[in-house]
Design a protein around this ligand. Structure first.
Ligand code: NAD
Length: 244
């Protein structure tokens, strides 16, 4: 494993515009479950629970699912992996993080240039008039009576300001533009099966950049990657910093 990490470091040092692409796997070590890993949420819940149609069909059931997710996220703090990425940005080796995560842990961990493709769960908004409210207030309301929180202005349902299945991914154009300018992408903790997000590392590689994948399990892009490391994100990122 150390040889692979050394190679990932050499490629990083030789790059001009490096980015990281992160998924739920970087936050499992902060006790937030991922979706498709061994203990993933989609082994316990139907993925439709994070869909727009389920929100419309059963707002109370939808909020019950999000209340459980929010509970884990609200308690979580950045781990070593998040902190190393912030450090790499600080010393000028990493230009952006493009993340699929909604937990805000990159920003809490000190990273500044973070593109949240799926938004984040801190805020919620009304489906009709777009008035905003902190998600923790919505959760409080939900916990009181088991009913989905309503907008205090128009009475429609509130929802977390995250991208749901069946909705377009935010900032994907910006992320793709950044990928086109990048010559190195390190993927950390993503199954790389959800598109269009997974296009980001693919673009970097297909236009001549280097691709490093750090994930516990194999991914569909392993076959085009320069380095694949099947190890825990925090372990690998700590070593990357050490080997710089
Ligand atoms: P994922 O669960 O599909 O993949 C996570 C990967 O990380 C797994 O392959 C797992 O083996 C690996 N992993 C787990 N712990 C690790 C560790 N400590 N170190 C290294 N690897 C580790 O998550 P993803 O790739 O981020 O997938 C994107 C997801 O975005 C989709 O599953 C989709 O459900 C989700 N999504 C969520 C929302 C939302 O929350 N509102 C909206 C749209 C999409």
């Amino acid at each position: 494993m150390y040889d692979k990490i050394r190679k990932a470091v050499e490629l990083l040092k030789g790059s001009i515009h490096a980015i990281a692409f992160t998924g739920a796997g970087i936050s499992t070590e902060s006790n937030i479950p991922d979706f498709r890993g061994n203990q993933g949420l989609w082994r316990k819940f139907d993925p439709k629970m994070a869909s727009k149609s389920y929100f419309k069909e059963d707002p109370d059931g939808f909020w019950n699912f999000y209340a459980q997710r929010y509970e884990a996220i609200a308690k979580a703090v950045p781990n070593e992996g998040h902190r190393v990425l912030a450090k790499l940005e600080e010393i000028g080796l990493l230009k952006y993080i493009v993340t699929q995560n909604i937990d805000r842990l990159h920003i809490k961990g000190g990273s500044k240039s973070v593109i949240e493709l799926h938004g984040n769960i801190l805020m919620s908004h009304c489906e009709s008039c777009f008035s905003e409210k902190f998600t923790d207030e919505c959760i409080e309301e939900f916990k009181k009576n088991g009913k989905a929180p309503r907008c205090k202005y128009c009475g429609d349902y509130m929802r977390p300001s995250v991208v749901l299945f069946e909705e377009p991914v935010r900032l994907i154009d910006l992320a793709m533009e950044i990928a086109c300018r990048s010559d190195y992408c390190i993927v950390i903790g993503s199954s790389l099966v959800v598109y269009p997000a997974a296009l980001i590392p693919e673009i970097v590689k297909r236009q001549g950049g280097r691709l490093v994948i750090v994930n516990l399990e194999p991914t569909p892009l392993d076959c085009i990657a320069d380095v694949v490391i099947n190890e825990r994100a925090s372990v690998v990122l700590k070593k990357i910093l050490e080997f710089l």
